[in-house]
Design a protein around this ligand. Structure first.
Ligand code: CAA
Length: 286
């Protein structure tokens, strides 16, 4: 059983929004913080839309959706998270920005609150080091997109993470209906250590003219039973995020097999970021 009652989520993008939605539907009070008012508004509207769809599809009762929506709140200042038992950070995949945030969170949350990161590749030991005395309460809680659908939470311990923090996070993930699986603090953990080289290789295959992007994806879907081909999945994750994760793997593991494909880099430079910008490898109607 989880001792946690209230969850604070930093970042209202697709991951942060999804985490808050799942938390609220599992009975937790969830406060979403974002300094970008537009992003926060969109997150709120998406919650209403997605939960209405759950009723439409007969997966939730209207009264349960109403109760979940009541458990959700949205704040434009970090101070608004005061009173939560855990903060889950889901912001940009940038080590400096995350370290700065965790240094601030450590000053704000001096009780037993857990400070979790949804980082997909950055070292938890590094993030925890910025949290000073709060380092034993820092841990990785890596959710997968779309959060309401995907069952996994990869739980990553930094060198400083206390065993009690891991136990509490495992209990919380289970209470959120997820399957927590532990992984050690190595660049990309397990999921992206394995997934990103495959996605990168799909870009190399496209760049070298091995096949058209549609055909690369169809081959991997039909031949390996993947729900999405690797290029479609890259668009779904965000090409900028894929590039950032590959950059971490390349720098931290120091092996050229993780070198980001130049074509992936070019698409990001051109602003073709995937679903979120309307165009990545493929085009998406707004
Ligand atoms: N948010 C919430 N729910 C969503 C959603 C979203 N963005 N997209 C789809 N869903 C849900 C809906 O409940 C939907 O059902 P309804 O239409 O009945 O409401 C259900 O998923 C099925 O969706 P679709 O019919 O549109 O399409 P689908 O059957 O192809 O499923 C998918 C969509 C679940 C995304 C599926 O294609 C899939 O599993 N793709 C692979 C996803 C994946 O690999 N995710 C991990 C990415 S890696 C990551 O996140 C971590 C990282 O560090 C990079």
């Amino acid at each position: 059983m989880s001792d946690i009652k209230a969850i604070g989520v930093v970042g209202s993008g697709q991951m942060g929004g999804g985490i808050a939605q799942v938390g609220a539907c599992s009975g937790f009070a969830c406060i979403v913080f974002d300094s970008n008012a537009k992003a926060l508004e969109k997150c709120k509207a998406d919650h209403a839309k997605r939960l209405a769809r759950e009723v439409e599809k007969g997966r939730m009762k209207q009264e349960d959706v109403d109760a979940a929506l009541k458990r959700l709140s949205y704040v434009g200042s970090l101070d608004g998270l005061k009173g939560v038992d855990i903060v889950i950070e889901a912001i940009v995949e940038d080590v400096k920005i995350k370290r700065d945030l965790f240094a601030s969170l450590a000053k704000m949350f001096t009780g037993g609150q857990i400070l979790a990161s949804n980082t997909s590749s950055i070292s938890l030991t590094d993030i925890a080091a910025a949290a000073g005395d709060a380092a034993p309460r820092v841990i990785g809680m890596h959710f997968f997109n779309p959060v309401p659908v995907m069952k996994l939470v990869e739980v990553i311990k930094g060198l400083q993470t206390a065993p009690e923090t891991t136990e509490r996070v495992i209990a919380l993930a289970k209470a959120m209906g997820k399957t927590p699986i532990p992984a050690n603090d190595r660049a990309g953990f397990v999921s992206n250590r394995v997934l990103m080289p495959m996605i990168n290789e799909a870009f190399f295959a496209w760049m070298e003219g091995v096949a058209e992007p549609e055909h690369i994806d169809e081959i991997m879907k039909l031949g390996c039973n993947f729900p999405m081909g690797p290029l479609r999945l890259a668009d779904f994750i965000g090409l900028d995020t894929c590039l950032k994760i590959l950059g971490v793997l390349h720098t931290e593991l120091g092996d050229d097999k993780y070198r980001p494909c130049p074509l992936l880099r070019q698409l990001v430079t051109a602003g073709r970021l995937g679903d979120k910008s309307g165009r990545g490898v493929f085009s998406y109607a707004k």
